[in-house]
Design a protein around this ligand. Structure first.
Ligand code: KIV
Length: 280
């Protein structure tokens, strides 16, 4: 079955489910994850053959113009999950639990996870390691698959003092190298089926990857992880910033400006619409 297609082809690849993720991991196929926040882009990345669509709380920075992910609410996440689910992607849909929707108690986390699952998520992601083990266990206990997320966890921006690479120095305190190894084990033991490793040195990501038996999905964690995730707008060249850990694989921003400018020029010059695009 082809894993890519044009925007006009029906998407006939098989649905990516939890067992399918396990199968891909077991056979050593790198997992591909990308963010999307609406039905249009969910459909496009699905046609591109992505394995997992992450409806990330990065929506706060990417679509809402916020400086960080802290303001994003559970209702907003449920809304964006619902939009992505409308595309009925073959990719698995991961719903990101936003700040404040799971840190209060495991019960709050279960209730928030249920809200995202009802909106169309097929698993949830949350940030934190050792401190979130009980919470991850509570969510998986009600059969909601969980993706962990450790390292540079954007919801911890105020503890980290910015979006800073973690695990550079030794230590068991939050963000220390040994602590991140503990975090990774805690997330796995709590029942997460995969873990995002964000903003950590390549050698540490590699060590974690070699010690875990669940897929590691890297962003700013080097090439040795079992899969990779990036933010869609960075990949498509729609962001106004570039990052060391990311890459624009397309230049849609430039195309959007050129296309819109061409339209505006034709309107101003009186050549749009022409007779061919008029009703008679
Ligand atoms: O919200 C998000 O987009 C994320 C990814 C960057 C991992 O958490």
């Amino acid at each position: 079955m082809p894993r890519t297609g044009s925007t006009h082809e029906p998407n006939e690849r098989t649905k990516v489910t939890l067992p399918e993720v396990g199968r891909l991991y077991a056979e050593g196929t790198k997992l591909t994850m990308i963010t999307a926040y609406d039905a249009t882009f969910a459909r496009l990345v699905d046609l591109a053959g992505i394995d997992v669509i992450l409806v990330g709380d990065s929506v706060g920075m990417v679509l809402q113009g916020e400086a960080n992910t802290i303001p994003v609410t559970l209702d907003e996440m449920a809304y964006h999950v619902r939009l992505v689910a409308k595309a009925r992607p073959k990719a698995m849909i991961a719903g990101d639990l936003p700040f404040g929707s799971y840190q209060v108690s495991p019960q709050q986390a279960v209730e928030s996870s249920i809200a995202l699952m009802k909106a169309g998520a097929e698993c949830v992601k949350l940030e934190g390691g050792v401190s979130m083990a009980e919470t991850i266990a509570a969510i998986t206990r009600v059969d909601i698959p969980v993706v962990g997320h450790i390292g540079l966890t954007p919801q911890s921006i105020h503890r980290m003092g910015g979006h800073r690479v973690q695990g550079k120095r030794s230590g068991f305190e939050a963000g220390g190298r040994e602590r991140l190894l503990e975090d990774a084990h805690a997330v796995e033991q709590a029942g997460a089926f995969a873990v995002v490793l964000e903003g950590i040195p390549r050698d540490l990501a590699s060590e974690i990857r070699n010690k875990l038996s669940i897929p590691t999905i890297g962003i700013g964690a080097g090439p040795d992880c079992d899969g990779q995730v990036l933010v869609l707008h960075d990949v498509l060249g729609l962001s106004d910033r570039t990052y060391k850990f990311s890459k624009a694989f397309a230049a849609l921003g430039e195309q959007a400006i050129a296309g819109t400018a061409a339209y505006a020029a034709d309107v101003r010059n009186g050549v749009w619409p022409d007779d061919q695009h008029s009703f008679h």
